[in-house]
Design a binder for this molecule. Structure first.
Ligand code: ZN
Ligand code: ZN
Length: 356
């Protein structure tokens, strides 16, 4: 196939559009299958077996720049790199990026639900995927005030814009049902305020890296230590939409009466400075509060015998007509006798010693 040095039909880049979304539309403009297009126009690049929005290499950026005529800086701007630099202070190409939702790419499969979308945004204009939809703090579309989606409304499969023309025809790549369906607004005010705060900070550069780090660590500490959030695997930024909404709602409540509410919560969960050592908390309001926690907690005392006996009582089948309380009283009485017996034994030993 003849491939001109520079492609002829170049779509305009949408506002806040992701690089992957632009590539899908570029292939569609040339009326070619996406994979055929990529292997012909950008040979030698692994594109759909990678998360190119998070970790595209400069070779791909430069090749795409030559083919489209866009400056390399414009191509780079379509990736999540600028966000990573502001919020994380580094480009994490291979590992996990804080604040960026993972796609769970493994060879040709993608197991995670990190590609969120607003069905109204997709339906209203020429469909594109936004960079903002990959950010972990984003839970609602600020234009339509609708909760974002992280899966197909019919079958629950993750949204894979590059599979089976999903982004172009707005149909699920698994069940082929429409991705567009009526949605609802998020009602968690704290979580929405958190999103707004983070968005403002990101686009106006008003929060320092330390501030982003403090928020990230606070969310991680809650996620790991509060049983209410147990069961969701991985770091909180790998969680699905609803689990994150619950977490943000709780974290903003905790931050409202800072640091008193944090101290109370930390005490309830027996958190000490030593227990939070592995969170690598940088300077800022979180570090200041953590430094006021107890240095360490002693391990919880062993359950008393009587407690464990009382637990056993739950499973004891009582003879007819005998109440469990009778048995409980007997066990406690036994224990009292045993303590008295031990005490008498020690006393008699001491008496013998003094007689000698
Ligand atoms: Zn929208
Ligand atoms: Zn589906």
């Amino acid at each position: 196939m003849y491939v001109p040095k520079r492609l002829g039909r170049i779509p305009a880049i949408g506002h806040d559009e992701l690089l992957s979304s632009f590539l899908i539309r570029l292939a569609h403009k040339h009326k070619l299958n996406l994979h055929t297009f990529c292997s012909t126009v950008l040979p030698g690049h692994e594109i759909w077996t990678r998360d190119i929005d998070r970790c595209s290499n400069m070779q791909l950026v430069n090749d795409l720049s030559r083919k489209t005529g866009f400056d390399a800086s414009v191509i780079l701007e379509m990736t999540l790199r600028p966000f990573m630099m502001i919020m994380d202070g580094r480009i994490c190409r291979n590992g996990i990026s804080r604040w960026i939702l993972p796609l769970g790419v493994f060879h040709r499969t993608r197991g995670a639900f990190g590609q969120q979308y607003c069905s109204e945004c997709l339906a209203e204009n020429e469909p594109i995927c936004l960079r903002a939809w990959r950010l972990a703090f984003n839970i609602q579309c600020p234009v339509h005030n609708l909760s974002l989606r992280d899966c197909c409304p019919s079958c629950g499969a993750p949204f894979h814009p590059h599979r089976n023309g999903s982004l172009i025809n707005l149909k699920c790549h698994v069940c082929s049902n429409t991705l567009i369906s009526s949605g609802s607004s998020c009602t968690c005010e704290g979580a929405l305020n958190f999103q707004k705060k983070m968005q403002n900070a990101l686009y106006s550069d008003s929060l320092s890296l330390h501030e982003f780090n403090s928020w990230h660590r606070l969310l991680s500490i809650i996620a790991r230590n509060d049983q209410c959030f147990a069961g969701d695997p991985g770091g909180w930024f790998q969680w699905r939409l609803l689990a994150r909404v619950r977490l943000f709602e709780f974290a903003t409540t905790l931050k409202q009466n800072w640091p008193d509410s944090f101290f109370l919560w930390a005490e309830t969960h027996r958190l000490s400075q030593a227990g939070l050592n592995d969170f690598d908390i940088g300077p800022g309001w979180l570090k200041d509060a953590v430094m006021l926690l107890p240095e360490r907690y002693s391990p919880p005392r062993k359950a008393r015998n009587s407690d464990s006996r009382a637990k056993i009582l739950q499973y004891v089948r009582m003879p007819k007509g005998v109440a469990k309380s009778t048995l409980r009283e007997k066990i406690l009485l036994d224990e009292a006798f045993s303590v008295i017996h031990k005490w008498k034994f020690t006393q008699s030993g001491r008496k013998k010693e003094s007689d000698h």
